[in-house]
Design a protein around this ligand. Structure first.
Ligand SMILES: *[C@@H]1O[C@H](CO)[C@@H](O)[C@H](O)[C@H]1NC(C)=O
Ligand SMILES: *[C@@H]1O[C@H](CO)[C@@H](O)[C@H](O)[C@H]1NC(C)=O
Length: 278
């Protein structure tokens, strides 16, 4: 194309106007320029698998939740250090193991159960507030001259053991009749300025894992359990509008350290079987 004087004039005027209106000709800040190119999130389609090889505990393994984001950070002008990655919190937990008419054991997060907090950190317990620090985060140390593009990813699943016998007795006599679990999580893609602590929420994902296993203890080991609904999990939701991160999602204790195992007999007072770790 031949550049006519009129065309060149138009480019100069509109170019200058764009510069004046939006960014006053300074390099754009990290806040204005960090971009999420793509986000994927899903729960694997395989059903929960159940392992009855132990005469002491039943084990099960749920499908994996996965999240991955392709992020673009344009050149960082100053000496700023930013970490971009995943933060996860549990916002609801029901986890009941029923032992016929004896009662049930349940894993509980007391502050969440009692409505004292909105969500509890699901950090690995080392890299607060991050969910992990291998594939889950990426740190950019400014100044940088070029775009930085990278993928941060995370995954989660449950792999617990549940005793066949009532947890407050010494007996291994199998009495477990059902397992029910319903847990909800929020997972955020976040950028944090390591110097100032400034935090930008780039993406918010909500997901849930539900489980129901029925157990017939009259049957021999290896043939006792049946996976009931839901065989397939609901898929995660990538929200159109980001949600703020509640304070307890960012600090100690995490869900692992705060959870307690209760024995709730059909008649009588509940007993703490395993106290919190912190
Ligand atoms: C998202 O999923 C698509 C299709 O499987 C894949 O091609 C792409 O690389 C994924 N992106 C990220 C950021 O994981
Ligand atoms: C992960 O965190 C540990 C402990 O804080 C640290 O020693 C290690 O260097 C970190 N790894 C990465 C890849 O950042």
């Amino acid at each position: 194309m031949r550049l006519t004087p009129r065309f060149v004039w138009a480019v100069l005027v509109f170019g200058a106007m764009g510069c004046i209106q939006s960014i006053r000709c300074k390099p754009r800040s990290f806040r204005e320029s960090v971009g999420v190119l793509e986000v994927n999130s899903s729960i694997d389609s395989n059903p929960t698998s159940i392992d009855e090889s132990s005469s002491v505990v039943l084990r099960y393994r749920t499908p994996h939740f996965r999240a991955a984001a392709h992020v673009l950070v344009p050149p960082v002008a100053g000496k700023e250090t930013w970490t971009v990655g995943w933060i996860q919190a549990c916002s609801h937990m029901e986890f009941y193991n029923k032992y016929g008419d004896k009662g049930m054991s349940s894993w509980e997060l007391p502050d969440l159960r009692d409505g004292k907090i909105q969500a509890i950190s699901d950090s690995d317990g080392v890299n607060y507030p991050w969910y992990g620090n291998t594939t889950e985060t990426r740190t950019i140390v400014g100044p940088t001259k070029k775009d930085t593009k990278f993928i941060v990813s995370m995954n989660d699943n449950f792999y617990p053991s549940v005793t066949w016998g009532v947890p407050v007795s010494d007996s291994n006599v199998p009495q477990l009749t059902s397992i029910r679990r319903d847990q909800s999580f929020t997972t955020w893609l976040v950028a944090i300025n390591q110097g100032t602590g400034e935090m930008l929420v780039l993406q918010t994902i909500r997901w849930r894992m539900q489980l129901h296993i029925e157990i017939d203890t009259n049957k021999p080991l290896g043939q006792r359990s049946r996976l009931r609904e839901p065989i397939a999990q609901e898929q995660p939701q990538i929200l159109g509008k980001n949600e703020p991160i509640p304070p307890n999602a960012l600090v100690k204790p995490n869900a692992n350290d705060a959870q307690v195992l209760m024995w709730r007999p059909k008649n009588g007072e509940p007993i703490v079987v395993i106290p919190p770790k912190y």
